[in-house]
Design a protein around this ligand. Sequence first.
Ligand code: NDP
Length: 603
Amino acid sequence: MTTDTAPAKRPIDKKALLAKYIAERDKRLRDDGNDQYLEIKGRLAHYLDDPYTARVEREPKTDHVTFMFIGGGFAGLVTGARLAEAGIKDVRIVEKGGDFGGTWYWNRYPGAQCDTASMIYMPLLEETGHMPTEKYAHAPEILEQCQRIGRQYGLYDNALFHTEIKSLTWDEATHRWIVETDRGDRFTATYIGVGTGPLHVPKLPGIPGIESFKGHSFHTSRWDYDYTGGDPKGGLMEKLADKRVAIIGTGATSVQAVPHLAKACGKLYVVQRTPSSVDVRANAPIDPDWFKQIATPGWQQRWLENFTENQAGGGAEEDLVQDGWTDLSRRIRARIMTLPPDQRTPMNMLAAYEDSDFEKMEEIRARAESIVSDKDTAEKLKAWYRQLCKRPCFHDAYLQAFNNPSTTLIDTDGKGVERITETGLVVGGVEYEVDCIIYASGFEVGTEFTRRAGFDLTGVDGLKLSEAWAEGMRSKHGLHVHGFPNAFFVQPTQGANLISNVPHNLTDSGRTIATIVKHAQDKGFDRIEVTKEAQDAWVALLLTGMGRMIGAPDCTPGYYNNEGKDPGPAAKYAVGYPAGATAYFKYIDAWRKSGEFEGLAFS
Ligand code: NDP
């Protein structure tokens, strides 16, 4: 019998576990690191086609806007919204997709849903008056929220969809950016924002023979519902009933899609190189009566702050969100609190962290055992690494899917697919014939910023951003870069760096940008640049911190640790405020409110 209740605890042999972790990592280390993946271009370019929206022809733009933002995902939307609130409505969002949504525009695979609670993950809920329907909302609802923000703040009026930036050049004479796109646009903007997101360029595994496959194939971020049937709302993919389908990859995307595929496919092969850690999801509908009670003015900001405090260190008295992200932090804190105050040293805290991690991962492995009926399959689904070595996953139907007789796990024992043939794929010398291959192989992370973005910035005196950051990112607050006036980078690094709830970083940055631009306009300035001294001081402060918490070199390879390769000296700059995310948000709020904008030069 299989259950999803917590199994009895076994004693933890830390030494044996560590040895197992290292052995599993070593199996997966490879010389080619990021180069094992294929860049999608040339003959593979069709994998990037937009299956959701037809491209509309339009005249090139040659006008001027106050603010141009690259990316119509959360970053662009919240910045646009905050600017509109501040009275700056002349905002143009340039987006490569056919609508707003970013990640949620592209990722419409069945079962897609947020992994951080909707109440804090979905931006501007209070402003738009939207009540999430579930604790973890599904993708269509999140996409609708993006469109709602776009409509409410008038961001559709000036947006350019299916448009990619080609170049951005600062013109010192006019204090404007010259913007050029792949649609022939050449317009100017006083201010620009960059919010392209970390995971927007799909990649394919470099499996020999990948181009020879004669069946159907697609990447999860371009789901082909014409082929599969069904819809992003989870409608049964009835066209797969007589199909043999292989999904390659078992990361966060696959974990969400597999239960739907298992229900629909005549035969489903789940091809695994490294198992994900899959913890309890416990999704539930949100009760409108409860929501009415808690949604008093300022509620979302309170929830955001409470989650951040619980998840990233501080330890608020109550835990409003109560999920897998806050669970580990709660455990660590509880363990530390059992120590007498004089023994709460950094060494003991680290030990408490390690012990909680072992305990948590043992529970997650035991969960696989208790849910999956076939012992061998259950064993292969166990994740042998520390929780933050790879993206933690949460699901209540993924492991269960392997009890479906038409679903088979093909475990490659860390080696990956050997070969793709005209009719299927080969693992461990055995060929599996399939009609369709779905690549759940993720997105480019460790590649050059300019390759992923498709553009560089040319700032003061022709300085390129790629040159300025050649030896690592340099900024103040992650937002301002010396040499690139009137440009704002909306992303978490070198700011709060709150990875478990990225939208919190973005909404807060939107507020900062709107405050700064409004100040400049009110005072008659049109040029804003961080000084070199202020940037250097900020970077020096960042380097006094503990360094990166995720992706240690002893972890199983993946995008968190540059596929196990030395990420080089630049990686040490991919950090956040040393005192933690809560402290950062307090600091930046005071910085904004002071009206001094310390470190910025206005002219
Ligand atoms: P990932 O990069 O996490 O996963 C790619 C998968 O492909 C891995 O399992 C990888 O194995 C496997 N793979 C790569 N090459 C081969 C090969 N040659 N043979 C077999 N398998 C191979 O991509 P995802 O799209 O799953 O997720 C990317 C990120 O997107 C997540 O980490 C998360 O940040 C985000 N995401 C967030 C969601 C949410 O918040 N709800 C949902 C989905 C994604 P290996 O592990 O061995 O490298």
